[in-house]
Design a protein around this ligand. Structure first.
Ligand code: FA5
Length: 319
């Protein structure tokens, strides 16, 4: 019995097999040891003593074999679950910067090479910087409450980064060569190319003898540097209260079958220069404001602006 029992416990490879062997040999109800014990009654006192001693030794040996087997299978299982050095590792998924953040960093870098430094302005802006100083009179439709996010305080979420032109010129004498980037807000209907919150990059250059030719050169150089040589852009006459003359800049869209507006630009209006204390007889300047989402969309062949704001990892992971 002892030999059979030891063999059974040694052969057991799983906790279930060890338990089955325990029931078979050491089970309290009908284990084999229990049935061997029953035979004790049939013996005379001398036989009982010899048999009883052998029984106790067998019982101790089997209990020991059971304990050894139990430890063996449980430690194997513990080690396997904690440390199987042959399993491939689970690589943590690394996050990375949002495509718009990447675009913004690239634009800053690119314009730095053209000699433009970075200036930033507040997103909550006052009426003076968002409109008045930009030659937008109180009666102008651009100031309409239905076209802007006004706050209770009378301030508003800026509707354009042109506000920063004013802040920079108030603080600094010419020559000026800056860009500014950031969020702007307009209650526009959402569609493939419009959002109520989007990003603009503003450029401003003021110096002696700056002309429209300089503006067009900088914008063309920028477009071929950022979008590639093959991109086609066009300038359309337009109107902005703070530039004269003004243009709108379109880029030919992917596939080449239609144009998408990239931004507005023009020569800084003399009224704006005078308002910040510059002398329009001495200096002239150009300014532009481009939609960053649309630049990023044209560059990466993204066909819907809403993808930028949905935080779908399957989209974001591609950049
Ligand atoms: C302006 O905001 C002027 N401040 C641009 C400017 C700057 C003119 C300096 C002259 C001198 P406009 O409203 O057209 O212009 O907007 C400029 C660009 O922002 C658009 O061409 C477009 O690329 C982007 N844009 C405008 N509205 C949205 C919108 N709802 N969603 C996404 N992009 C938009």
């Amino acid at each position: 019995l002892e030999m059979e029992g030891r063999a059974a416990f040694e052969a057991a490879a799983t906790p279930e097999a060890v338990e089955a062997a325990r029931v078979d040999f050491l089970g309290m109800k009908s284990g084999r040891l229990k049935s061997a014990q029953a035979r004790l009654k049939e013996l005379n006192p001398a036989g009982k003593r010899i048999y009883g001693q052998a029984f106790n030794e067998t019982k101790a040996a089997l209990e020991q074999a059971h304990e050894a087997a139990r430890l063996r299978v449980s430690s194997q299982r513990g080690v396997a679950s904690r440390l199987d050095v042959t399993l491939p590792g689970t690589a943590p998924r690394l996050g990375h910067r949002h495509p718009l953040t990447q675009t913004i960093e690239e634009l800053i870098d690119l314009f730095a090479r053209f000699g433009f430094s970075l200036a930033l302005g507040p997103e909550v802006e006052d009426v003076f910087h968002n409109f008045e100083a930009l030659n937008i009179p109180e009666t102008h439709p651009a100031r309409d409450p239905s076209d802007n996010f006004y706050l209770n305080t009378g301030a508003l979420l800026r509707s354009q980064t042109s506000t920063v032109q004013i802040r920079v010129m108030e603080a600094q004498r010419p020559p000026v060569r800056i860009i500014s980037l950031g969020r702007v807000y307009r209650p526009d209907e959402m569609d493939q190319t419009h959002s109520f919150m989007f990003h603009q990059i503003e450029g401003l250059m003021v110096d002696r003898g700056v002309t429209m030719a300089d503006l067009k050169t900088v914008l063309r150089m920028f477009c071929s540097a950022y979008l590639g040589e093959e991109v086609t852009i066009r300038f359309r006459p337009s109107f902005f209260p703070f530039t004269e003359p003004s243009v709108e800049v379109d880029m030919k869209w992917i596939g080449g079958d239609h144009w998408v507006e990239m931004g507005g630009a023009g020569m800084v209006d003399p009224n704006v220069l005078r308002a910040v204390g510059y002398d329009p007889e001495q200096v002239t300047g150009f300014a532009f404001g481009l939609g960053i989402e649309r630049l990023c969309m044209r560059r990466h062949q993204i066909d819907d602006i809403r993808l930028f704001y949905q935080n779908d990892a399957r989209f974001l992971r591609q950049f």
